[in-house]
Design a protein around this ligand. Structure first.
Ligand code: PLP
Length: 398
């Protein structure tokens, strides 16, 4: 069997239709859309089409989309813009379970630039308390940034309600929707979000392209200064191939999301149910109900996640432990720690994240293979049963 790729929250395979769409823009239509000649100008026409496709998926206006290089750039741009546009407001609200693209930036802003940051805590299922959010808002709150869906657990946050709380309190609201776009419906006409980040490589477009939605009339301060691309909101010659690919990926998501979600969720549920049933001391992490259809985060108690991944790799099965960006370290995931998952379980967490390309045959193989992997590792494990630690529901400011 070929590689079984169940790490789609880390990155996805470029869809063949996306690749076919972008290919001519490398070697045939390689002009610069800012050029005066028609050769460049024709590329501009395709960028416009791509912008429209992204806007259609999000139900917003095309000129509310700014193309960027990745989700991290979109996140950084959004937060920096809100702070720079409101110099008298020096407080940020976010959560303890955000991606490092938000958390590391907030840490930097606190340490190097003296901003106040409130990190909302979660319950044992990773859910946040909206009263806690309301109570954290201050006169000087510049921005609330809360992710739409969590990359590790797949938890979906109540973004409509959160956006309303922010709007009612006159605070700019940004959501990191990198894991949500293409996986769940998003309607920016109905939801009063001010800024939203997305990333191409999470939805079957290539790496190196992202976008930031900025609502019309929202005061905006660019992050990259230079040429007049993106209506002077993001300098730099456009990544034309990437943008065209992102447009096609958004169109595919728009056309196939409903059917694909049923297929992916069925496979995910089969995998999850069978693994939880067949492997003792395994628990599901996250909010079972409000979750992305493709994600299952399971802790196998008393074994080390990195060791599990290495054993899985012997069978050509790809998944991840913690988030892909932190799996180089042996620290348990900050998301699971925020949820109060006990050490011996947090360490043994594996995130399976499926896509439209997974098959039932692959799921069956993983179901058959995992119990022996865990059994063999447990024979070597120094860990013993440990009491559950309480969830860190408390928010804190720094
Ligand atoms: C929720 C979330 N936000 C932001 C990012 C960063 O996106 P990118 O890799 O495009 O910079 C990721 C990537 O894993 C993510 O999962």
């Amino acid at each position: 069997m070929n590689t079984i790729y169940m790490d789609n929250n880390a990155t996805t395979q470029v869809d063949q239709a996306v690749f076919d769409e972008m290919k001519p823009f490398f070697t045939e239509m390689y002009g610069n859309p800012s050029s005066m000649h028609r050769f460049g100008g024709q590329v501009g026409v395709h960028l416009k089409k791509a912008r429209q496709r992204v806007a259609t998926l999000l139900n917003c206006e095309p000129d509310e989309i700014i193309f960027t290089s990745c989700g991290s750039e979109s996140d950084n741009t959004a937060i920096r813009s809100a702070l720079n546009a409101q110099p008298n407001k020096r407080h940020i609200i976010t959560t303890r379970v955000e991606h490092p693209a938000i958390l590391s930036l907030c840490k930097f802003l606190k340490k190097k630039e003296g901003y106040d940051v409130t990190y909302l805590g979660t319950d044992a299922h990773g859910r946040i308390d909206l009263d806690d959010l309301k109570n954290s808002i201050r006169k000087e709150t510049a921005i609330i940034s809360i992710m739409w869906a969590n990359n590790e657990t797949g938890n979906i946050y109540p973004i409509e309600e959160i956006a309303k709380i922010a709007t009612d309190n006159g605070v700019i609201f940004h959501t990191d929707a990198v894991q949500a776009v293409g996986k769940i419906p998003i309607d920016l006409k109905k939801t009063p979000i001010d800024m939203l980040s997305l990333s191409g490589h999470k939805l079957h477009a290539p790496k190196g392209v992202g976008a930031l939605f900025v609502r019309k009339k929202l005061p905006f301060r660019p992050f990259l200064i230079g040429g007049h691309q993106e209506r002077s909101r993001r300098a730099g010659t456009e990544n034309t191939t990437g943008i065209i690919a992102l447009g096609k990926a958004c169109e595919l998501a728009q056309d196939h999301m409903t059917a694909e979600n049923i297929q992916v969720k069925d496979l995910r549920d089969k995998l999850e149910t069978e693994l939880l049933n067949s492997i003792p001391d395994s628990i599901l992490n996250g909010d079972k109900e409000n979750r992305l259809p493709n994600t299952s985060n399971i802790s196998f108690g008393y074994v080390e996640g990195e060791a599990i991944l290495l054993m899985m790799d012997q069978f050509d099965i790809c998944a991840s432990s913690g988030s892909a960006c932190t799996s180089g370290s042996l620290e348990p995931s900050h998301v699971l720690r925020a949820m109060g998952i006990p050490f011996t379980f947090a360490h043994g967490s594996i995130r399976f994240s499926l896509s439209r390309f997974n098959t039932e045959q692959e799921v069956d193989f993983v179901i058959k293979t995992m119990p022996d992997i865990i059994k063999n590792l447990r024979k070597l494990s120094p860990f013993s049963a440990e009491k559950a630690a309480p969830a860190c529901t408390k928010s804190y400011s720094e």
